[in-house]
Ligand binder design. Structure first.
Ligand SMILES: *Cc1c(COP(=O)(O)O)cnc(C)c1O
Length: 237
């Protein structure tokens, strides 16, 4: 099987899972966006996925993401930065990212905003929420996020910063916890956010292993790597 056939088969299976979960949740599958997380996989895979109709690409490391985005500059895809972000990477990220899922402190928002303004761009920002309150024992490596109580305050900082816009919330279900509890909390936090920022409609939750639960609890964006591209040879989370 060629890589293209493999990706096409994986995508068909994944789309089937998404449709089934939407049916079970009485949701329209058009309201759920698949973000293909292509970390560790080559730009050629991004190209194939785009040809297969994937419109949104996610990456979690700036160095890899910036190179890939350059190699794929001719593609009409939306780039999502989903990984932990340091302020010294904001300049680079602001050059190619359209959406940043991992804003968890004011300094990041302010720095991203300044860098986006320099380029005449506006970055959509999601507040990353720490969902461990939901009962998980173990911290996910690389999992950051603000406590649910801190989300609206950080959102206000984003909203007050030119160059960035509050687009919603993002979260990861803690390992070992019931994803339903975590995604239920994420949705509640998103609803509270929309009372003050009505345009913040994105709820980014759900990965290869728990996307059904995320859909059941109202996620609008799924970040899927393994189920689409295959197992990664190195873990870079
Ligand atoms: C790698 C990654 C994903 C995708 O995880 P899979 O389990 O491979 O689907 C989602 N979100 C973030 C933040 C990631 O780093």
């Amino acid at each position: 099987m060629s890589r293209r056939e493999e990706l096409a088969a994986n995508l068909a299976e994944l789309r089937g899972r998404i449709v089934d979960a939407c049916v079970a949740a009485s949701r329209d599958s058009d309201d759920v966006t698949l973000v293909a997380v292509t970390k560790t996989w080559p730009a050629s895979d991004v190209r194939v996925l785009a040809e297969l109709g994937v419109t949104d690409i996610g990456e979690n490391r700036d160095q890899e993401a910036s190179a890939k985005a350059r190699q794929c500059a001719d593609l009409d895809v939306t780039w999502h930065f989903v990984g932990q972000l340091q302020t010294n990477k904001c300049r680079s990220v602001a050059a190619y990212a359209d959406v940043v899922h991992s804003v968890d402190r004011g300094r990041l928002a302010v720095t991203l905003g300044a860098e986006a303004r320099r380029r005449g761009r506006v970055l959509e920002c999601l507040v990353q929420v720490d969902l461990h309150e939901g009962g998980g024992e173990e911290r996910r490596p690389g999992g950051g996020g603000v406590a649910p109580e801190g989300v609206n305050r950080l959102a206000d900082i984003i909203a007050d910063t030119e160059g960035v816009a509050v687009a919603g919330v993002m979260g990861m279900a803690p390992w070992g916890a019931d994803p339903a509890t975590a995604f239920g909390l994420l949705t509640d936090v998103g609803e509270r956010l929309r009372k003050i920022h009505p345009d913040a409609t994105m709820v980014s939750g759900g990965m290869s292993g728990d996307l059904e639960s995320a859909i059941a609890h109202g996620a609008t964006h799924l970040r899927v790597g393994t189920a689409l591209l295959g197992p990664r040879s190195v873990d870079v989370r």
